[in-house]
Design a protein around this ligand. Structure first.
Ligand SMILES: Cc1cc2nc3c(=O)[nH]c(=O)nc-3n(C[C@H](O)[C@H](O)[C@H](O)COP(=O)(O)OP(=O)(O)OC[C@H]3O[C@@H](n4cnc5c(N)ncnc54)[C@H](O)[C@@H]3O)c2cc1C
Length: 458
């Protein structure tokens, strides 16, 4: 509970119009995409970096918890006030694109710029910012950096961390820092930019980002490979990527996901397939795209692909991607509760991962539809719990899936982060010594633990 003296002092920093503790505001900020509910004590909308600094300094002095927040689309509770405190809502005043430097292929933005809005603006200039989380229509670039978001284009273009060159941030004691440079090469000093990426608002508040841009490829084309077994499909993914062909995306749906989409939307998907892979290539020459598609087709066929369909026009292109875009909502037919995780393994371990998930599904008797970004080894596994009294067993199945991913040299999360939801699994993936290092790092930035406490298992 924030006492009225503190509330009034925060109001004095930002003004009454940007500081609230009425019920409507508290409820508006008590959820994210996890749908867990935690009410904050107040919501503050800082107008500029100096105000962020004053707020942090004040809260640090009085040991008041602060939770930075972008759009609140996180899947792991990173922006939830799990132990109360003040929401530092960036969305109202930190949503400007500050500079597009076409000579250096760089943009400077405030952290609450929406990913898709940014993409639309720079694409008008023939430029391209590849990170494309499926939430790009509403998630913010600051949230993307804080979670190190990825998307379908990661197979070729990488993820958010590959595009952050520099940033400005405010530390919990109110100090304003700059980290990184506009230069491609920069090896002076510790990599503070890298440390803040994926730090989930636990170390500092990001107030500005300098992002790398590239030229927008002129053409793209898509295709779908149909496989009899999931093992064939997973072998095709890693063997294709290892052969030097680099498609933009390699997205897969397993049989349960295919059937769920088909039963709902009747798009003519192959319900007897073990898996489909939807893939895309891009470039500046149509001939190059033809070459890449034929190379992909040959590689897929070497790995028992039954059929390879190349989209011939925009409508067919759209139809191919429809299945992938609608997989997540369609699989809800398999259970009342979807326990959804985004484990990732090195690509060559995908066949073992999917085989292992099949075994876990048999052992627990849950359907576990899987789909996702196999081009970068990232699989969305969904343990579907039909009867809510089986929820505990569902969580046991998830724990086994996490263990399997870690045993296969993989990780707990490829994109959604740790937040609250996966905090208790951190010790599966990191040793005691590594966890101690994380805790020491957190203490170095935030000795009073005011910034997003309890997240990331820290
Ligand atoms: C339908 C759907 C699809 C999704 N698809 C993807 C996907 O394909 N790939 C993917 O990676 N993710 C995906 N996500 C998850 C989510 O959208 C991403 O994690 C996104 O990056 C979060 O951005 P946000 O602005 O909503 O951040 P929030 O949820 O508001 O915050 C996320 C974290 O960032 C911190 N934070 C936010 N702003 C700042 C700041 N300025 N300074 C310091 N810390 C800050 C918060 O404290 C919190 O810990 C999806 C979510 C949904 C609902």
């Amino acid at each position: 509970m924030l006492d009225s003296k503190h509330f009034n002092n925060l109001q004095n920093i930002v003004g009454k119009q940007d500081c609230y503790n009425d019920k409507a505001h508290l409820i508006a900020y008590c959820y994210d995409a996890t749908r867990e509910r935690y009410e904050p004590d107040a919501v503050v909308y800082p107008q500029n970096e100096l105000q962020v600094s004053e707020i942090l300094k004040y809260c640090n002095t009085h040991k008041i918890t602060l939770i930075p927040r972008g759009a609140g689309s996180g899947f792991t509770g990173g922006a939830l006030p799990s132990s109360g405190g003040v929401i530092l809502a960036m969305e109202k005043h930190f949503n400007n694109i500050l500079e597009i430097d076409e000579k250096n292929l760089i943009a400077r933005v405030q952290p609450a710029v929406i990913n898709k809005h940014f993409q639309n603006i720079i694409e008008q200039k023939g430029l391209f910012y590849p990170p494309d989380p499926a939430s790009q229509d509403y998630s913010t670039l600051g949230g993307n950096v804080s979670e190190n978001a990825g998307g379908m284009r990661a197979a070729k273009y990488g993820i958010t961390k590959d595009y952050v060159m520099a940033l400005r941030a405010v530390l919990p004691n109110g100090d304003i820092i700059r980290a990184g440079k506009k230069t491609i090469k920069d090896v002076a000093g510790y990599n503070i930019v890298g440390t803040l990426i994926a730090s989930e608002g636990t170390l500092a508040v990001i107030t500005e980002l300098t992002l790398k841009l590239i030229a927008k490829p002129r053409f793209k084309r898509s295709a779908m490979g149909i496989f009899a077994t999931i093992d064939d499909a997973m072998n095709a993914v890693y063997k294709t990527m290892a052969s030097g062909i680099t498609p933009v995306a390699m997205e897969f749906l397993d049989n349960l996901s295919i059937c769920a989409v088909e039963d709902r939307f009747h798009k003519g998907l192959p319900k007897d397939a073990g898996a489909i892979i939807i893939t895309q290539v891009d470039g500046d020459l149509q001939e190059l795209l033809d070459y890449q598609l034929h190379a992909l087709q040959a590689k897929f066929k070497e790995n028992n692909c039954k059929e390879f369909k190349i989209a011939q026009n925009e409508q067919e292109e759209e139809d191919l991607w429809f299945a992938r875009r609608n997989a997540s909502q369609s699989i809800t037919i398999y259970g009342k509760k979807k326990l959804n995780e985004d484990i990732t393994v090195p690509r060559a371990r995908l066949p073992e991962l999917l085989a292992g998930i099949g075994e876990i599904s048999k052992k627990y008797g849950f359907k576990i539809p899987c789909f996702g970004h196999t081009g970068d080894g990232n699989v969305h596994t969904n343990v579907m719990v039909e009867d809510l009294k089986d929820l505990q067993r569902g969580h046991e199945a998830i724990t086994e899936i996490f263990k399997l991913a870690v045993d296969l040299e993989g990780t707990l999360s490829g994109e959604h982060g740790i937040g609250l939801s996966k905090a208790s699994f951190m010790e599966l993936a990191f040793t005691k010594e590594e966890m101690n290092l994380f805790r020491n790092l957190k203490r170095a930035f935030d000795p009073n633990n005011i910034l997003n406490p309890g997240k990331m298992g820290l």
